[in-house]
Design a binder for this molecule. Structure first.
Ligand code: 3HC
Length: 270
């Protein structure tokens, strides 16, 4: 997600510093963007000049201190509160006065991350959707302490990078995941009850006009991400209607994480 968000901002004309303490993750992000742009150039939807111009707007660094000039810092680390808080503390220390720090969480508490900083009024959530450069929506989430000024800054920024925005309550799943992820979970229950994944996906593509079937989408976003989001809804609302499907838990334990691991509801090994 981090690479996709960096690409989205650079394409909209913003200077971006993509920070990850793990250097191979940066090399992978750079290669992904370059490969994607090469395909666009080959397809004729981007010129070589545009490609170079956008790539030059993205710098890569393993040091948080390289965020010191940033007006807006967007966090996109794994969905675990202890990691989020550690990153928020470090970003708060590295950031200049007045900078806004935003989380791309898909459901965790913005207020809790904000409390890890000395600037809770300047913390907010923007939830992007995968793939971030393509998906038009950004969900905006205010924490308890988020100021009106921060909200307006973040809203203008989201619009400036080409997103349609919606305001969401600070509740697990916000809007999209609260509706989408239980549907994907229900699709997993159908498989548990004996349906073939192909039938479930074909049904939803042709019967509901979804661009991808729910199980294809599980593989696309990652079974681990899907399970974590469903578990977040279950724990957050303490309501059994959000119980994660057991086969998702088994798949994660087996390392069947979807496209990224080569195996999910479908096999991607050549
Ligand atoms: N990253 C960046 N750009 C991508 C991309 C990616 N991973 N995949 C495709 N694109 C771009 C292509 O470059 C192409 O751009 P171009 O026209 O300028 O060349 C454009 O998207 C269309 O690509 P394709 O023709 O290859 O692909 P499709 O028309 O088949 O569409 C799709 C691909 C947009 C992924 C479509 O299948 C889709 O909308 N799927 C559903 C995605 C979805 O529901 N996402 C939300 C997931 S939930 C979530 O993110 C929340 C989280 O918290 C769990």
């Amino acid at each position: 997600m981090g690479g996709g968000i960096a690409q989205t901002c650079a394409q909209a004309g913003f200077e971006v510093v993509n920070v990850d303490t793990y250097e191979p993750a940066l090399s992978k992000a750079r290669a992904n963007i370059e490969n994607l742009f090469n395909k666009k150039v080959a397809k004729g939807t981007m010129t070589e000049g545009q490609k170079q111009e956008i790539l030059e707007r993205i710098r890569y660094s393993t040091e948080m201190k390289d965020l010191r000039e940033a007006d807006i810092i967007i966090e996109a680390v794994p969905e675990r509160m202890e990691i989020k808080k550690e990153i928020f503390r470090a970003a708060d220390e590295a950031a200049k006065e007045g900078a806004v720090i935003v989380s791309n969480t898909s459901g965790l508490s913005i207020s809790e991350m904000a409390a890890a900083t000395k600037r809770p009024d300047k913390v907010m959530g923007i939830h992007f959707f995968y793939p971030a450069p393509v998906m038009k929506l950004a969900e905006l989430i205010r924490g308890i302490a988020t100021s009106e000024e921060t909200y307006q800054t973040v809203r203008e920024f989201a619009v400036a990078i080409g997103k349609e925005v919606v305001d969401c309550p600070e509740l697990p799943g916000f809007i999209v995941n609260r509706i989408l992820v239980p549907m994907m979970n229900e699709a997993a229950f159908l498989v548990m009850e004996g349906c073939r994944p192909e039938d479930v996906d074909t049904a939803m593509k042709l019967g509901a006009n979804h661009p991808m079937g729910p199980l294809e989408l599980c593989d696309f976003v990652g079974i681990d991400v899907m399970l974590a989001t469903m578990t977040g809804l279950y724990n957050g609302f303490r309501d059994s209607k959000y119980r994660p499907c057991p086969i998702l838990e088994n798949m994660v334990k087996a390392g069947h994480l979807g496209r990224k691991s080569g195996q999910g509801f479908y096999s991607y090994n050549k």
